[in-house]
Design a protein. Sequence first.
Length: 156
Amino acid sequence: MADEAAEAVLEERVGGESVSFRVYVFLLRVGEASVRDVYRGCDLSSPSLALHHLEKLESLGLVRKDENGVYQVIARKFGVLRFFHRTGTWLVPRSFLYMIMYAAIALASALLLPSGMRDVGITVSAIGFTTSLVDTVLFLRLLPHRSRSRTVLFNN
């Protein structure tokens, strides 16, 4: 019950607030960043706005600040982030993994099944692949744009 309440608070205070969510996703992608990195990477209007959102995320237990003033992300899944896997600096929609699975099933169907079953296997796989592709595109549109996060990664 406490986990559900904590998740509801995160969804309300971060997921429902576009700038805080954008800062959190930026940090998920880069791992750690200073106030100025967040200011530049998220295209915020001032470093003090970046600091405000970083402090908000810190109070919610989503980031921690080290002795050098660098904020390190604490990965949590809440809201729409439940549908993503984090691999390095990438946030990959779960539906993308299903796309890969359906493509492998279609290939296996084409190569291994007898001709009568082959068409059914390929058709079912193509339907699954297409619906997973649509879901992947829709999920990716929910995330804030990547903007300059790559630049910050290489300038550290």
